[in-house]
Design a protein around this ligand. Structure first.
Ligand code: STX
Length: 341
């Protein structure tokens, strides 16, 4: 009984989305690990230098991978979302992130600086236009970049949609997600005294920008651990602990908090949706985990309503992370389709 019910539910999901794997299909997994054939540090002005690299096929379709956070940096496994025989794969560490220098810097670090850095790298690599791939904050940045430079973008592959609106920040850092993860929320609120809990983002910002190293470290760990622990539908200790690395946590927490204190430097709360017309003629796919607690599906839905031409794929058994099996499967199916554009 239990077994047959499960089949019915899966079948309904497939009808509803009509583009996921069919029953019996194997789920797609990452392409094999590869090494870059070229890397560089691009001076982008304002004392910032950003790390970039190319892997895959130098004659292939160019794709740029935009990492999350902001502040998360890229990692070698990010290359493996793309068929290395068909894509020229470009990874870029955003200002202050990953191997970019100065590490963890908040100065001259805004959405608009990142947008122009992406455009500068495109020109530097003599690429006319590219596919843009981004999850979470990477989706915010991909959309912001496309709104400013639509002619540079051939296609958009977006995952775990984040529009960086005050309600999304409130949900995750102030009130909302704590109802689902009250256990992990204990550790998130611990560094902040009772009388400052009316605005966690501001209270964290104060500590993350403190000259006191111990205060800054404690805040960076608590902030990053909250995200690591809440990113998957099924808690994954190893994944969660990967957010605790000394360096990773510092840039991730500081840069995220800096962007959220400033509401992504957008002119208005709904800036992306208000400007979505610039994006609508570009082929796009939106991949969203139903149980994404970090970037709840309401934002993917709002984007879908504003941009109905893009294909929405809801992954019924996933949370936020691109490393969850259903999300990885959908992303790789998407990059394979977009290789034919
Ligand atoms: N911030 C979520 C985000 O962009 C709203 C994000 N979450 N995890 C990541 O990014 C990494 C996988 C890059 C660490």
């Amino acid at each position: 009984m239990k077994f047959s019910l499960k089949i019915v539910v899966s079948a309904l999901v497939i009808v509803a989305t009509s583009n996921g794997p069919l029953l019996g299909d194997t789920l797609r997994t990452l392409y094999p690990e590869i090494e870059p054939y070229q890397t560089g540090m691009l001076a982008v002005g304002d004392n910032h230098t950003v790390y970039w690299e190319e892997s895959g096929n130098p004659e292939g379709k160019p794709v740029v991978f935009l990492h999350g956070g902001p502040g998360g940096g890229t990692e070698p496994s990010n290359r493996s979302f793309f068929d290395p025989t068909r894509y020229r794969i470009i990874l870029l560490d955003q200002r202050g992130s990953g191997k970019s220098l100065p590490f963890s810097s908040l100065e001259n670090n805004t959405t608009w600086h990142l947008v122009e850095d992406i455009e500068r790298l495109r020109t530097h690599l003599a690429i006319d236009s590219w596919v843009v791939f981004g999850g979470s904050w990477g989706s915010t940045l991909a959309l912001s970049y496309t709104i400013k430079h639509p002619e540079s973008v051939q296609g958009l592959i977006l995952r775990g949609i984040f529009l960086c609106r005050p309600q999304e920040e409130r949900w995750y850092y102030q009130e909302g997600a704590s109802y689902i993860f009250p256990d992990l929320w204990e550790a998130y609120k611990a560094p902040i005294p009772e009388d400052e809990r009316g605005n966690f983002i501001e209270a964290y910002y104060k500590r993350l920008t403190s000259d006191n190293v111990a205060i800054r470290q404690e805040a960076a760990h608590a902030w990053s651990n909250w995200e690591g622990g809440t990113s998957k539908l099924h808690f994954d200790r190893e994944y969660a602990e990967s957010f605790s690395g000394e360096d990773f946590a510092d840039a991730f927490a500081r840069i995220e908090c800096h962007y959220f204190v400033n509401d992504a430097f957008f002119e208005s709360d709904n800036w992306i949706l208000e400007n979505i017309d610039k994006v609508r003629s570009i082929p796009g796919v939106i991949i969203q985990g139903r149980y994404d607690v970090v970037c709840p599906m309401a934002s993917a839905w709002d984007l879908h309503r504003a941009w109905p031409e893009a294909r929405l794929e809801i992954i019924e058994d996933a949370g936020h992370s691109a490393t969850e099996v259903g999300i990885t499967d959908a992303l790789i199916r998407a990059t394979d389709r977009f290789a034919e554009l």
